[in-house]
Design a protein around this ligand. Sequence first.
Ligand code: SF4
Ligand SMILES: [Zn+2]
Length: 407
Amino acid sequence: MSKPDKSEGNPPEQGVSRRDFLKKGALAVASLTAAGYILKQDFIKKVFLESPNDSIFTSKTQITLGKWSRKALYHTSRGGLVECSLCPNECRLDVGGRGICRSRVNVNGVLYTLSYGNPCSVNIDPIEKKPLYHFLPETKAFSIATGGCNLRCKFCQNWEIAQTNPEDLKTYEMPPEKLVENVLTAKSRDSLVKSIAYTYSEPTAFYDYMLDSSKLAKSKGIRNTVITAGYINEEPLKELCSHVHAIKVDLKGFNESFYRDVCGAELSEVLKAIKTIHGEKGVWLEIVNLVVPTLNDDLGEIQSMCEWVYENVGPDVPLHFSRFHPDYKLKNLPPTPAQTLIKAREKAVEAGLHYVYVGNLATEKGGNTYCPRDGTLCVERKGYIVKNHLKDGKCPTCGTKISGIWI
Ligand code: SF4
Ligand SMILES: [Zn+2]
């Protein structure tokens, strides 16, 4: 299976004018008293209405529900207005409106998800590609994604699907039962297939599909992994955590203005989600930081990020620094210099983190796991080729337990 091509052209979005929307937004804001809420709405306006996708909030395009579309979790309805509480964007949508994630829509006063049971990408990947380095090494993940994302990262590496409405992509018909059946078939042909990865775009945009699939997969002995930006509210995140086994969070930087201006999100919400995941028993956590030249590569900021990780989730959560490749709206920037990534890794080691990696770049040590006690090489990685020297998850020399889920 492979990633299908995008379908020809998107239907025109006929949103109300920016002035009308702002007027409407101002009225809505005036009717609210919570200062925090007003700030959030202002932030949303600033980040999203200045983009070419102004119309997605209030699209008046006729929305047709798909075969598997269903009422979305985590929302309230009042009159025709719906309020979504799945992610910190907390969209308020009039009838015909579409959330920032592109996948949740208000149809006649009820919020529906369009991204249920219809993945646009289906592949079997090495788990190291996610990257998850301390979770079932050398195994494979049945990986799926639908269209949509609740962020707007200007460096998005999967923008063709993440920044497209789910119904505008060619998709597979794969409700949770079919997905799990496909995974079991793949597993019977290749015993290294051990998990599902909800990945590529942003699984929060297909939360309902992911949640139902995870429950079913878990009941059949399949593990679930989530590759996410971690921009999700606490209650739905906790519900998800009770059915999944590993989560990789993209911590995109350590600066609020970078998060707002370049990613369309709030750093504080992502940090909160990381702490929530870490607090959930039975969920393995890894963090990735994509280092983008001139935007988030300040070594002082990277050091602060490493210190935050150490203080809030401890030294045993793996931290990956990943190399940026020019893409989407940041084609003008060069790839991250190797030296920047090597220095970032040094900062993290100095901060006391035990497992620090460099990704998307071949380095001598950056892919390997070393024993934090005596420096023994425990897991060797060259690309996706892995040599695992651990003995029952322990250092082969001194027997120190290396954090992770190894079997
Ligand atoms: S999940 Fe989608 S609709 Fe809901 S608040 Fe987030 S962006 Fe808005
Ligand atoms: Zn050791």
